[in-house]
Design a protein around this ligand. Structure first.
Ligand code: ADP
Ligand code: MG
Length: 256
């Protein structure tokens, strides 16, 4: 229990549509272990985005309890919750959600404005993050001047702006071709290897099974099954090189 960063306990989300009640989510238990890579799978309309918005505390459940770091979120004030969410969770969306009249760098700087970081430091951090997602040569471009894959990498950099523990990605590859999409996921996996908790919604089972430790399969607002793949050894070559570099650096530092 203590090792989980987010827990949904018997959570439901209902929408009243005239005479009907839409049970977007109908009593689910989701446990997100710190440092894990979790995928939420299921057909369109199965409740994936609803689940994701509740996991990210962007929405309020109709029933059940949600815990963030073992704190029940309904017991926190709206502003306290927003503050915690801003610090702990970074969001990535299918449609990128970049602000069109801000440059790539300004888009990445934006979330830091609400966390009281001065503008010079915001700029430095944004540049570092854009370097990390290999976009340092696009910092002064506007979103319309870059490709879809690049836009999603800007969104990843933006999600990392406040150095969150958790990254939530709702169908991050939904608007990308297969190869570009896989690259985006590899970035997410790299972040996961560095210690971030990653939760990704997808309707592509190959992606879920190749990258996630745990897969929640949703259907009609319910969890159909949960599958676990402890496949951390299946890291791609490039990531292994990255890890090795990091390890070497740490060894070097420890010898100083
Ligand atoms: P998914 O992301 O898996 O495609 P969603 O979580 O977006 O599914 O939606 C699950 C179900 O809840 C769908 O039937 C959808 O139509 C319904 N739904 C989602 N949001 C709303 C809303 N704001 N009002 C009414 N129904 C909604
Ligand atoms: Mg969705």
């Amino acid at each position: 229990m203590k090792k989980n960063i987010i827990d949904l306990k018997n959570v439901a989300k209902y929408y009243e549509m005239g005479e009907n009640i839409v049970k977007a989510l109908d009593g689910v238990n989701i446990n997100i272990e710190k440092g894990s890579f979790v995928a939420i799978m299921g057909p369109s309309g199965s409740g994936k985005s609803t689940a994701m918005n509740l996991v990210g505390n962007l929405d309020i459940q109709t029933k059940g309890k949600i815990f963030l770091d073992n704190q029940e979120t309904s017991k926190l004030t709206e502003s306290h919750l927003a503050q915690i969410r801003g610090k702990k969770i970074g969001f990535i969306f299918q449609s990128f959600n970049l602000i069109p009249n801000l440059t790539v760098k300004e888009n990445v700087m934006l979330p830091m404005m609400f966390q009281g970081i001065d503008s010079e430091e915001r700029e430095d951090i944004a540049e570092e993050l854009l370097e990390k997602v290999e976009l340092i040569n696009r910092i002064d471009h506007y979103p319309t001047q870059i490709s879809g894959g690049e836009m999603q990498r800007v969104a990843i950099a933006r999600a990392l702006a406040n150095n969150p523990e958790v990254i939530l990605a709702d169908e991050p590859t939904g608007n990308l071709d297969t190869k570009t999409g896989e690259n985006v996921i590899k970035f997410l996996k790299k972040l996961n290897n560095e210690g971030k908790t990653v939760i990704m919604v997808t309707h592509e089972p190959e992606l879920a099974e190749a990258y996630a430790d745990v897969v929640y399969w949703l259907r009609d607002g319910k969890i159909e099954k949960v599958s676990k793949h402890k496949n951390r050894f299946k890291i791609v070559k490039q990531e292994r090189k990255f890890i090795k570099k990091n390890i070497n650096r740490k060894i070097k530092e420890s010898k100083k």
